[in-house]
Design a protein around this ligand. Structure first.
Ligand SMILES: [Zn+2]
Length: 482
């Protein structure tokens, strides 16, 4: 199975991320999009796509993973990760080799339905030969033992991603294709799965992952933290963060449980700023629910570490933030829970849908604050760049690898939504947005599907509009809307 080219994007956090971040001091994660492109890591990858490539090859789905159960043991001092990954797999193309992605850690044993299986690992792929007969539709229990010494993988832009070893633990931000640096995975955007993640760490440290905390067991000087993420999740959104965290809880809209992990080693001023920002989290979630519809998951929260990540990432149910945190960044990453996480994208070229909605959410949030500016003013700020600014040279629905995390993808994505709203009117716009979030919850989407929904809900031929705003480079006339 081909992996997604590295380029994918990260909203990645980091790299990906930060698109927006460019302006601000610390990069804000995703919110900021990174100027960099994520992509290649130092690790080997199976596919090399030139940065100028205009298309991102789609992964070939020959299996469908329903569930991952990851049992991880991490030694902070020597950065050694030992894992057993148990996957529930449905074969969808029995003619293709059974292939997972695993880059860095080495597989040491593979079992299929309890029987030892032959395997070979090379160029980031783990190719498994089950002993028994496999046909389309066959369900397999695949178990992989693996281990590796962890470091700091880099994406194509040189941004740290994947499993990043830190002095007091680890952080995991895998956009776009960093997941194989820490577990054997079917690393495609369209194969979502549920996860159980168990992490054994030296006693005194906390391991945080996605979803709900289901257990915390001490034994032999170590603590095993267990997390259950029931709702379908794309590989790059899975995370584990290990450190000296204080866990705090809040309650969001409708009784939504919020669980935050904040590093105890932050300096007093930073800690105070972060506490103040996180206090807004229930209010921001309530705002987003009123704006986009019901929160798509059963839990929420934040992970804030003192290590020097310069971006945030919308890891599912529990975004990771750098130690610079403000309400705009929170709004951005939490909006991604609707757009990017629940409504996933089918290819990285559709990333403007994630970043456009997240950035537009920042504009909408700002407009509600006493200190903020109107959405129109935010749009005009973004559009104020002269026509020859490179910002307008990006075709946002067809970014090259190098442009995946370009701020144009973020801000022109938001501008496109604003221009659409002006063209079709508030009633149709909000109908489109809410239908987009609700009808695609838990799934994956394409740009063409968004165009189709907007056309249908508005009763308007939007061919020229989308050609101008997302399928072409060049500065549109914002006032004209199209
Ligand atoms: Zn983002």
């Amino acid at each position: 199975v081909p992996t997604i080219p590295l380029s994918a994007h990260r909203s990645r956090g980091a790299a990906i991320l930060a698109v927006g971040a460019l302006t601000a001091g610390p990069l804000v994660g995703c919110s900021s999009a990174p100027a960099t492109e994520p992509g290649t890591a130092t690790v080997t990858t199976t596919t090399t796509v030139p940065a100028t490539t205009t298309t991102v090859p789609a992964a070939i789905d020959t299996i469908d993973v329903e569930r991952y159960d990851l049992d991880l043991v991490y030694s902070v001092a020597d950065r050694l990760l030992a894992g057993t990954a148990s996957l529930e797999v449905i074969v969808t193309d029995a003619a293709a080799p059974l292939t997972l992605q695993l880059r860095g850690p080495r597989a040491t044993a593979v079992r299929v339905d309890g029987a030892q299986a032959q395997f070979r690992q090379s160029a980031g792929d783990l190719v498994i030969t089950p002993a028994g007969t496999v046909t389309d539709g066959t369900h397999l229990a695949v178990q992989v033992d693996y281990e590796g010494t962890m470091g700091t993988p880099k994406d194509a832009n040189g941004t740290a991603y994947g499993w990043i070893a830190t002095p007091d633990g680890a952080q995991v931000l895998s956009q776009p294709d960093g997941a194989p640096t820490w577990y054997p995975v079917h690393d495609t955007l369209t194969d979502k799965a549920s996860y159980d993640i168990h992490v054994s760490v030296p006693q005194g440290l906390t391991a945080v992952a996605n979803g709900e905390l289901t257990g915390e067991k001490d034994s032999g000087g170590r603590t095993t933290w267990s997390w259950h993420a029931a709702e379908p999740m794309t590989a790059y959104l899975a995370t584990v963060s290990i450190g000296d965290y204080t866990l705090t809880t809040q309650t969001g809209p409708g009784g939504l449980p919020i669980l935050n992990a904040v590093d105890r080693d932050l300096d007093a001023q930073t800690a105070s700023d972060i506490t103040a920002a996180l206090e807004l989290q229930p209010t921001i979630l309530d705002f987003l629910v009123r704006t986009w519809g019901p929160y798509p998951f059963s839990t929420s929260g934040a992970i804030v570490d003192d290590d020097r990540l310069d971006y945030a990432l919308e890891t599912q149910t529990r975004p990771i933030y750098a130690s610079y945190l403000d309400d705009s960044t929170l709004t951005h990453e939490l909006a991604h829970q609707w757009f990017g996480d629940s409504v996933g994208i089918a290819t990285w070229q559709d990333i403007w849908l994630n970043e456009g909605f997240a950035t537009y959410s920042e504009w909408l949030w700002s407009a509600e604050q006493s200190w903020g500016q109107s959405v129109q003013a935010s749009a005009e700020d973004a559009a104020a760049r002269p026509a020859d600014d490179p910002f307008w040279a990006v075709t946002i629905a067809a970014p090259t690898r190098a442009q995946l995390f370009d701020r144009a993808v973020y801000e022109r994505g938001a501008l496109t939504l604003h221009a659409l709203r002006e063209l079709i009117g508030d009633d149709a716009f909000w109908a489109v947005a809410r239908a987009w979030a609700s009808s695609n919850a838990g799934g994956t989407v394409t740009t063409a599907e968004f165009e189709g929904l907007a056309t249908q809900e508005s009763g308007t031929d939007l061919t020229a509009f989308f050609r101008t705003w997302i399928h072409s480079a060049g500065k549109p006339d914002l006032a004209a809307g199209h």
